[in-house]
Design a protein around this ligand. Structure first.
Ligand SMILES: N[C@@H](CCC(=O)N[C@@H](CS)C(=O)NCC(=O)O)C(=O)O
Length: 333
C-alpha cells in the first residue's frame, strides 16, 4: 500500500462512531495517521465540509479516496487487509457478525440518546427510560449469545477480534460511565474489552484531551463580559432562558465555552453575560449591534449544529427573547 491511511476523528472522549474504525486499525496493528478535529472548534467549523462529505466523523482518507461512515470504513479496511480476517472466516459466523454489526449500526437510538459516550465521566445509576432498558438488555443478550457460540475460540464476540467487536466498543464505555449492571453471561466479554490495550490507549487519550481542554480554559478563561451599558446604548439583546438536563455536563461546558468564543468572532457581537443556578435554570444575555447580526449568528453552521444538539440533549426547555436596548447606566458609574 503506497498511500497513507488518514483517519479523521472527533473528540476521543465523546465521539462514539470515531472509536470503531480507530479500534479496528489499532488492535490489528495497522499503520495509520489520525487527525482529531474537536467538535465545535474553529477547525471543525472551517474544515469539516472539506474533510467529510457528510460533515460527520469518522472519515477515512486513502490517497484520493474518501470513505465516510464507521461501518463503511471498517469494511474498506477488511478489503484492504483480507489476511487479517476482520470478519469471521466461517460463513454462518460471518453472517451473524454482520447481522449484529448492522443492528448496532442502525438501532439502539434510545440508548445512544440517554447514555451518550463520555469516556472520562461517571454518572452512576442514571434513571433509564423503558426503551433504553430494552436496548441495554438487547445488547447484553447479543453479547451473551455470541460468547456462548464462540466458546473457546477466543474471548471476543466471534472468538477472534472482529468488526463486530469494534462496532460494540463504544457501548463498553457507555455502560461503564453510567454504571449499567452487566448480566453474568456478558460480564467476561465486557471485562475483556475494558482490558484491551487499544481500548486503554483510547481512554488515556480521552483523559489527556479533557485535561488539556480544562487546562486551556483555566489558562485563558476569557470570562464572558457584557458591554459597558453606557457605550452600548441602542443595541440589541438576546435573552436566552433555559433549563439544563442533567446529561453530558462536560460536553455542555466545552460546547458553551466554544460557542462564546465563536460568538465573539462574529460581526456585530458586543458582549455576553450568563448565570445558572443549582436548579439548572440559566439566563444568558448576548448583545449585538443589529438585528441582522443576530440573524446571521443564528445561522452560523457550528452554532446551528449546537442548537440542534441543545434540543436533543442539553436543555429540558428554553425561551429566547430578542429585545432592543434603549438606554443603560451602571453603578459605580
Ligand atoms: N453513521 C455515521 C454517523 C457519524 C456521526 O454521527 N458522527 C458524529 C460524531 S460521533 C458527528 O460527526 N457529529 C457531528 C455533527 O452532527 O455535526 C457513522 O457511523 O460514521
Amino acid at each position: 500500500m503506497t498511500e497513507d491511511l488518514v483517519l479523521v476523528l472527533g473528540n476521543k472522549n465523546l465521539s462514539s462512531w470515531s472509536l470503531r474504525p480507530w479500534l479496528l486499525l489499532r488492535h490489528a496493528g495497522i499503520s495509520f495517521r489520525e487527525r482529531v478535529v474537536p467538535f465545535e472548534s474553529q477547525g471543525w467549523h472551517d474544515d469539516i465540509a472539506a474533510l467529510s462529505p457528510s460533515r460527520r466523523v469518522p472519515v477515512l482518507h486513502h490517497g484520493q479516496l474518501v470513505v465516510w461512515d464507521s461501518l463503511a470504513i471498517c469494511e474498506y479496511v477488511a478489503d484492504l487487509f483480507p489476511d487479517a480476517q476482520h470478519w469471521p472466516a466461517e460463513r454462518t459466523a460471518r453472517a451473524v457478525a454482520r447481522a449484529v454489526s448492522a443492528e448496532m449500526h442502525s438501532g439502539f437510538a434510545s440508548m445512544r440518546r440517554d447514555l451518550p459516550m463520555d469516556v472520562v465521566a461517571r454518572h452512576p445509576r442514571r434513571t433509564m427510560s423503558r426503551e433504553t432498558e430494552d436496548d441495554v438488555v438487547r445488547v447484553q443478550q447479543i453479547w451473551t449469545e455470541c460468547r456462548g457460540r464462540a466458546g473457546d475460540a477466543g474471548p471476543f464476540l466471534f472468538g477472534r477480534f472482529s468488526i463486530a467487536d469494534a462496532m460494540f466498543a463504544p457501548v463498553i464505555w457507555r455502560f461503564r460511565t453510567y454504571d449499567v449492571p452487566i448480566a453474568d453471561g456478558a460480564r467476561g466479554y465486557y471485562e475483556t474489552m475494558l482490558a484491551l490495550p487499544a481500548m486503554q490507549e483510547w481512554e488515556r487519550d480521552a483523559v489527556a484531551e479533557v485535561a488539556a481542554s480544562k487546562a486551556q480554559a483555566a489558562a485563558d478563561p476569557r470570562p464572558a463580559q457584557p458591554p459597558d451599558p453606557q457605550s452600548a446604548q441602542h443595541c440589541y439583546a438576546v435573552i436566552f432562558t433555559s433549563k439544563r438536563t442533567s446529561s453530558t455536563p462536560e460536553e455542555y461546558d466545552a460546547t458553551a465555552r466554544a460557542m462564546v468564543e465563536l460568538a465573539a468572532k462574529q460581526p456585530g457581537f458586543l458582549g455576553i453575560e450568563s448565570a445558572r443556578g443549582p436548579d439548572g435554570v440559566g439566563i444568558t444575555v448576548s448583545y449585538w449591534d443589529s438585528l441582522e447580526a443576530i440573524r446571521s449568528w443564528k445561522d452560523v453552521p457550528a452554532h446551528a449544529a449546537v442548537q440542534a444538539r441543545g434540543k436533543k440533549t442539553f436543555y429540558e426547555r428554553y425561551e429566547v427573547r430578542v429585545c432592543t436596548v434603549d438606554r443603560g447606566y451602571k453603578f459605580p458609574s
